[in-house]
Design a protein around this ligand. Structure first.
Ligand SMILES: Cc1ncc(COP(=O)(O)O)c(C=O)c1O
Length: 366
């Protein structure tokens, strides 16, 4: 029998998630000893010291399953965020929550509206459950066009993803635009605000989705420990969602979807707000240096509220390759005329700018 016949046909158009190149591959290709992996928006430093100590302490008890209900971490998050027990969910990365939400609400033929370019997982979880992706282009300034997104809503729209700050552009929409949007969005649409880069934002007009969450309105906020907290390798994120959705997620998730190391590391990371502030300041400072370097080289970039910078280039394939040869891995988007580079440490920034200088000298322009 043809093996393909077992596979749901909704999966045919799907393309697996393509992770960025690994440092070891690039070391071989470029012959450079020091490789900067700036392609996945990870934090350049390791987990918080308190998290590292907790990780070591929990290791001898890994014969046990995790707390499937994540009680201690949920309690700490609830106190900090001021949300009820029935509204908080944990995920194996916020990525898992994107999928679980899609699984809980989408039926074949439903429509899902999101901006484009935005996070590549939105079209994936849409297609996975037989729904149709409706991509709404960003404005000329690379910001979510919330009016156009509303105009794209039909009776079939079931879900809308907003990415704020947006990956890959690092842009945000402002409070006024979001409030206008919330007044007008019909209530048959579940709005999921993906705030993976929330902690990096410094712009005062940024709307924290949680401030608009009342448990009644179909609104969710998703956050992660993968970025400023440096726990990407452990996979842990959380969501603030309406109670019926949280109940549905409880039915769909694996019994132990969030491992015990991730839970305890996240728990202790939350106790160190000073480190979050320090990292936020450092990120801001390094971005300023990057901008200065880009200005000098005539690189057209989009000012970012996150820990990465999107820059325009007419020669994305050549620039990507040339940066690799300099030992810097950035994110490409096929033939789209832009690339994304992560913000690193002080040393990383110096190396990044040196690599851009070398590439500009080689290609004439970026
Ligand atoms: C916008 C956005 N949302 C969600 C995620 C997923 O994060 P994680 O699954 O590591 O929590 C990412 C990761 O890069 C992201 O950029």
């Amino acid at each position: 029998m043809d093996q393909d016949t077992f596979i749901r046909e909704e999966l045919d158009p799907m393309v697996p998630y393509a992770p960025g190149l690994r440092a070891s591959e690039v070391r071989k290709r470029s012959g450079k000893e020091v490789i900067l992996k700036l392609s996945s928006n990870e934090h350049p430093c390791g987990p918080f010291p308190s998290a590292l100590r907790a990780i070591e302490a929990v290791a001898p008890r890994l014969n046990r399953y995790p707390d499937g209900a994540g009680r201690a971490l949920k309690l700490r998050l609830r106190k900090r965020l001021g949300v009820d027990r029935e509204n908080l969910v944990l995920g194996n990365g916020s990525n898992e929550l994107l999928r679980l939400i899609a699984q809980a609400v989408l039926r074949p033929g439903d429509e899902v509206v999101f901006a484009w370019p935005s996070f590549v997982v939105y079209p994936m979880v849409t297609q996975m459950f037989g729904a149709t992706a409706v991509r709404v282009p960003l404005t000329e300034d690379d910001v979510h066009d919330l009016d156009a997104m509303l105009a794209a809503v039909t009776e079939k729209t079931r879900l809308m993803f907003l990415c704020n700050p947006n990956n890959p552009t690092g842009t945000i929409y402002h409070r006024i635009a979001f409030e206008r949007f919330l007044e007008r969005v019909p209530d048959h649409v579940l709005v999921v605000v993906d705030e993976a880069y929330f902690e990096f934002v410094t712009e005062e007009h940024y709307p924290d989705a949680l401030q608009y969450f009342d448990g009644k309105r179909p609104l969710c906020s998703l956050r992660t420990f993968s970025k400023i907290y440096s726990l990407a390798g452990l996979r842990i994120g959380y969501g603030i969602v309406p109670a019926p959705l949280a109940a549905a997620i409880e039915k769909l998730r694996e019994p132990f979807n969030v491992n015990s190391v991730a839970q305890i590391a996240a728990y202790y990371s939350l106790a160190d707000d000073a480190e979050v502030e320090r990292r936020k300041r450092e990120n801001q400072e390094q971005k300023t240096y990057l901008y200065e370097g880009f200005d000098r080289l005539g690189v057209e970039y989009v000012p970012s509220e996150a820990n990465f910078v999107y820059f325009k280039t007419d020669r994305p394939v050549e620039v990507f390759e040339a940066l690799l040869q300099e030992g810097v891995i950035v994110r490409d988007f096929g033939n789209a005329p832009a690339l994304r580079v992560g913000v690193g440490t002080d040393e990383d920034t110096m190396m990044t700018i040196a690599a851009f200088e070398a590439v500009a000298a080689e290609l004439g322009v970026i």
